[in-house]
Design a protein around this ligand. Structure first.
Ligand code: ATP
Ligand code: MG
Length: 568
């Protein structure tokens, strides 16, 4: 491509409203332009990268036998009402009404439409298994659209869905899809981790996420030092710790703690470490009565684990101060299990604790010397907390480290949640009606472009992995206006490299070298050739890889260039 024809629109200034580097660089490189909150146009330059991602994804989906389809973005409400998600999706879903007052949404995902499609055509076990995929625009009315395409409202997803006669066959296809995701990310050359995940609103049993590692990642990943355990912190288990609970050594004693409402203040006031204190959090139960959750003072509540507890309301709802006062007689900051008839669920780390500090249910007072069994019946113990760096790995091997990641893919074994709700039924070999098992597999096609930049950039701009770069190589002429030899060499190389299958850009914009070099670095072209009179006389070109500290040389012929850029 001749860069004079690409309508490049680069800028030096960092846009003020872009917080993270990928958003800044995509704007500076002119890959995207904002239309409204969470809405972006892809420029011709941006499209080149997006298309490369789509091609890799499509090739790997086709390779495992997934069949490409294209479903409507606009979906009738009835299907969503049948699965109950018309209500549970809440404000995330953009809803609309047509001229006949029928309700629709702009699809945030496609399980319902997909299942409806299969229901129309698939009758017999002979037609299964089947896996379908599409690369299509989704709309989710995110609470905080931000970071450009990282968390957009309208974005491009590859979503795939598979249908099976039994759960073993679903498990097989799940592994096959997982393998395709591994190949996609390997081809893109990104550093990523596969982690166990919470299935969230989509539902289902097993699910794993694919995360591109980057400091700016919104997700915390718990990975064991031995590499044998990896989970999103939302789903990461904790272990209760070894040993027996020590016997009580102290009497229960009420002490004044005026004005002490935080763990840090409590620990300072009593001159004990924070882990010797406890934290009380009051959430609403299913029966509208509160439930008291207790954690060690230095631990933090994992809200997803709390929400899954039997008896706790979904979605997780913190009790308000009036409710707390009505049931405990004190405000947050002085709450505990003593003298209440409220159900208590304690984190399993507290099962090993003796002589604890707990709130007294009396403003400005705590108990010391609190012991389970003696001062309160044994509570229900459960895994309630977030895992932390240094914790023992739940699989017994090594310790937990926390990494930051960007979720680019999510694979689920859904089971029969959607096939049952939408009454999809298929006859088995014996003529019996079976509800098929389903899997679903999402991949953030637009998000991964931003994620790759988060991982691959430097002060000068983007450093694309080869497979994602808008061009593999750029030819930069020096003083082309004054030298016919330079112009001719550039034209010849451009034609020959194109003919050799190299995705080559020719910077024929007639700019000075500085701006051409700066643009090539900003938009992240992996290889640069500089053509000058001096070089031509010696039969050589100046060569520089995007990450190289110094320029080198390469002979001015296609075979040598291909060798140099690893495409020989
Ligand atoms: P997140 O936790 O980041 O909100 P999600 O778990 O809701 O994502 P899925 O429903 O699993 O997302 O969607 C599949 C993939 O689509 C995600 O792994 C992600 O790569 C991409 N994706 C989801 N939401 C967005 C968004 N708002 N902007 C860009 N990509 C997104
Ligand atoms: Mg997800």
């Amino acid at each position: 491509m001749r860069l004079s024809r690409l309508a490049l629109a680069t800028t030096k200034e960092t846009p003020a409203d872009a917080e993270i580097v990928s958003h800044q660089l995509m704007l500076r490189a002119g890959m995207i332009r904002k239309l409204g909150a969470g809405l972006y146009t892809w420029s011709p330059l941006g499209m080149r990268v997006l298309r490369k991602v789509e091609t890799i994804v499509r090739e790997e989906m086709d390779a495992i036998g997934a069949l490409e389809i294209l479903m409507p973005a606009v979906q009738p409400a009835e299907l969503w009402q049948q699965t109950g998600r018309w209500d549970t999706m809440g404000d995330l879903m953009l809803r609309m009404t047509d001229r006949a007052e029928r309700e629709y949404c702009f699809g945030p995902t496609h399980e319902e439409v997909m299942t409806d499609f299969v229901k129309r055509d698939v009758r017999s076990y002979k037609q299964l298994p089947a896996t379908y995929y599409q690369i299509q625009t989704k709309f989710r009315d995110e609470i905080r659209p931000r970071f450009g395409l990282m968390r957009a409202r309208e974005f491009l997803m590859k979503d795939a869905y598979s249908f099976h006669m039994d759960s073993d066959d679903l498990a097989r296809e799940y592994q096959s899809m997982r393998g395709a995701y591994v190949r996609i990310l390997d081809r893109m050359g990104l550093d990523y981790r596969i982690v166990a995940a919470d299935s969230g609103a989509i539902g289902g049993a097993k699910s794993e996420e694919f995360h591109v590692l980057a400091q700016s990642g919104e997700d915390a990943l718990a990975v064991s030092s031995e590499g044998s355990y990896a989970a999103n912190i939302e789903a990461a288990m904790t272990v209760p710790g070894d040993g027996e609970r020590p016997a009580p050594t102290r009497e229960l004693k009420k002490i004044d703690t005026p004005g002490v409402t935080t763990i840090a203040a409590l620990a300072a006031h009593l001159d004990v470490p924070t882990e010797a204190t406890s934290k009380a959090i009051v959430v609403m139960g299913e029966d509208a009565r509160p439930v008291l959750l207790m954690l060690r003072g230095d631990h933090t509540l994992n809200e997803i684990k709390a929400e899954k507890l039997d008896g706790v309301a979904t979605p997780l709802t913190m009790a308000d101060e009036a409710t707390i006062r009505a049931h405990f007689g004190a405000g947050p900051g002085s709450l505990g299990p003593v003298n209440t008839n409220i159900a208590v669920v304690a984190d399993h780390a507290l099962a090993k604790a003796a002589d604890m500090v707990v709130g007294a249910n009396y403003d400005g007072a705590h108990f010391t010397g609190f012991n389970w069994g003696r001062d309160h019946p044994e509570p229900r113990f459960a895994d309630l907390r977030n895992v932390e760096a240094g914790d023992a790995s739940p699989d017994g091997h090594g310790h937990i480290q926390i990494l930051r990641g960007i979720e680019v893919g999510h694979v689920f074994q859904l089971g029969d949640k959607y096939s049952r709700a939408l009454e999809l039924s298929v006859l088995d070999e014996d003529g019996r009606a079976v509800t098929p098992q389903m899997g679903c597999y999402g991949f953030g096609v637009s998000r991964i472009v931003a994620a790759a930049i988060e991982q691959c950039h430097d002060d000068a701009g983007i450093r694309w992995p080869m497979a994602m770069a808008p061009f593999e190589l750029v030819i930069v002429p020096i003083k082309a206006d004054k030298s016919a030899a330079v112009r001719e060499t550039c034209e010849r190389l451009y034609d020959e490299l194109k003919a050799a299958g190299i995705d080559v850009a020719y910077d024929d914009r007639g700019l000075r070298p500085g701006p051409m070099f700066a643009d090539a670095e900003l938009i992240g072209i992996p290889h640069r050739l500089v053509v000058s009179d001096r070089g031509i006389e010696a039969g050589m070109l100046e060569y520089r890889g995007r990450g190289d500290a110094e320029s080198g040389e390469v002979a001015a012929d296609v075979a040598a260039i291909r060798q140099k850029i690893g495409r020989g």
